[in-house]
Design a protein around this ligand. Structure first.
Ligand code: BES
Ligand code: MN
Ligand code: ZN
Length: 491
């Protein structure tokens, strides 16, 4: 979908649909006021009689609205102005994007940002509305037959704003491309989206963008490097693992890169510690960490950010097999640290530890790993916040702030030493599970042992990257948070 800009008077626009915002109890936005006047107060009447729903996230579609040139008018409820936040605004705009997808409309015009509430400025609101419309409008079609009457995404959305706000729209377009890539990769089935497929996808990204280079490490190379933790997980799979390394060189070559490391378990059966059917069902999404870092990388390249980024994806499938790794096995990671595997379903940390060690060679400024790492994170934070753990307060604060700015929020969890003892075992330097309590933290503690010399943060996106049991598909998160962070770092 292409995002365009125009600042013609709202009543004169001949559009298939005009999209505007309404606050419960007012005041009317300038756009809505103009439309109301052109229609002799019809909108005010309908708000009073509740034929237009102004509650947060409610939408009302009106055909042949009186007095204006547009064929349809979509009113997007934002609730009471006192309760309005950027998060609520984002949510309502995303819902509008979904409504538009489900109508036979190819394009629309939107003016959702011309409202005022505490804090958010016009630029931020315009950018958020454009991105949220794009995100809500996304439709997975790769493995479906296309029917004519089926819903379809818009071809373009024209935002009503002056030329001074073009930048907000350009930014939204870049972020949206990253989200779209991450959603698509996340939603693909595991028989298509294999480690080799992710490597191909990376090759396509490298080809399509300037200043991007690609390295792929095959299993033989990883064996030479001593990545036996990663390779242990891969052993049960018929699909060979790949370590995918994408470089974006947007700044001077002497400038240290930000490293993004993604968990790319293309399917997590649990291995010999096999998951139950219910729990296995959605494990195609176990590469959403990889999808997130790839998406952010794409956004960064599209926006041409003035920064160096290295994106490392551990693409591996976790399967049971006669040659699969077993509970009780001790693996030696690339760092030399040994790991007793007590549960083959705690595989994410095993592939990530070697990817983190590999990242050291790029002397990164910061390393951020992203993973659908623990069910415990979903229990703790649900689907609204990603779990953030870090050994660096400045980095943690910058990531939290980036998430708040673009409404892709994270919440910091403690990585205190006290939790580390849960990983003790007589048989190796550590075990790969920490027992019943604080599962999200002991996973973070495990990773922290491979990041001692790094300014590092870990994002557990098990709850935020997709909604367990729902039909919504991948959210594309944390593409927004990561891209905003990179943009902030680029200055
Ligand atoms: N990919 C899962 C985590 C997961 C579960 C993400 C459900 C999203 C929804 C991970 O590999 C896993 O299986 N973790 C185990 C760890 C445990 C064995 C210590 C878990 O969370 O149960
Ligand atoms: Mn697992
Ligand atoms: Zn997993």
């Amino acid at each position: 979908m292409k995002l365009l800009r125009d600042n013609a008077p709202v009543c004169e626009i001949s559009s298939d649909c005009l999209v505007v915002a309404v606050l419960d109890g007012g005041p009317l936005s300038p756009s809505v006021e103009a439309i109301d006047e052109a229609g002799q107060g019809g909108i005010t009447e309908m708000l009073k009689s509740r034929d237009i729903a102004a509650g947060a996230g409610k939408t009302t579609m009106i055909h042949q609205p009186a007095g204006i040139a547009a064929k349809r008018l979509l009113l997007v409820g934002l609730g009471k102005v006192e309760k309005l936040t950027l998060a609520r605004f984002n949510d309502a705009c995303q819902k509008a994007g979904k409504v538009l997808r489900d109508h036979p409309i190819k394009s629309c015009h939107a003016s959702l940002h011309d409202i005022e509430f505490g804090g958010a400025n016009e630029h931020a609101l315009l950018r958020q509305s454009a991105l949220a419309l794009h995100n809500g409008n996304y439709l997975y079609t790769v493995t479906k037959q296309l029917k004519e009457e089926a819903p379809a995404p818009l071809e373009h959305v024209t935002l009503l704003a002056g030329p001074e706000l073009q930048d907000a729209i350009d930014q939204a377009q870049g972020y949206a491309a990253g989200f779209e890539k991450a959603k698509m990769l996340g939603d693909l089935p595991p028989n298509i989206c294999t480690p080799a497929y992710l490597a191909q996808e990376a090759a396509a990204i490298a080809k399509a963008h300037d200043r991007v280079e690609l390295e792929i490490l095959e299993e033989s190379r990883m064996a030479e490097l001593g990545m036996d933790a990663l390779l242990g997980v891969s052993r049960g799979s018929a699909h060979d693992a790949r370590l995918i390394v994408l470089h974006y060189r947007g700044a001077d070559e002497n400038e240290k890169p930000v490293a993004l490391v993604g968990k790319g378990i293309t399917f997590d059966s649990g291995g010999l510690s096999l998951k139950s059917g219910e729990n296995m069902m959605q494990m195609k999404y176990d590469m959403c960490g990889a999808a997130g870092v790839i998406g952010a990388f794409v956004a960064c390249a599209k926006l041409g950010l003035n920064i160096n980024v290295v994106c490392i994806v551990a693409a591996v499938e976790n399967m049971p097999d006669g040659d699969a790794y077993r509970p009780g096995d001790v693996l030696t990671s690339m760092s030399g640290k040994t790991i007793e595997v007590l549960n083959t379903d705690a595989e994410g940390r095993l592939v990530l530890c070697d990817a983190l060690t590999y990242s050291e060679r790029f002397e990164p400024r910061f390393v951020i790993d992203v993973a659908t790492l623990t069910g415990a994170c979903v229990v703790a934070l649900g689907h609204h916040a990603s779990g953030l753990m870090s050994n660096d307060d400045e980095l943690a604060d910058a990531l939290l702030a980036a998430g708040d700015t673009i409404v892709d929020r994270a919440w910091r969890l403690p990585l205190w030493d006290e939790y580390q003892t849960q990983l003790d075992t007589p048989f190796a330097d550590m075990k790969n599970v920490g027992g019943m309590s604080a599962g999200v933290l002991t996973a973070g503690c495990f990773l922290s042992r491979f990041a001692e010399d790094l300014r590092w943060a870990h994002l557990d996106v098990a709850g935020s990257a997709w909604k367990w049991g729902g039909n919504d598909g991948a959210s594309g998160r944390p593409v927004g948070l990561l891209t905003q962070f990179l943009a902030d770092q680029a200055g």
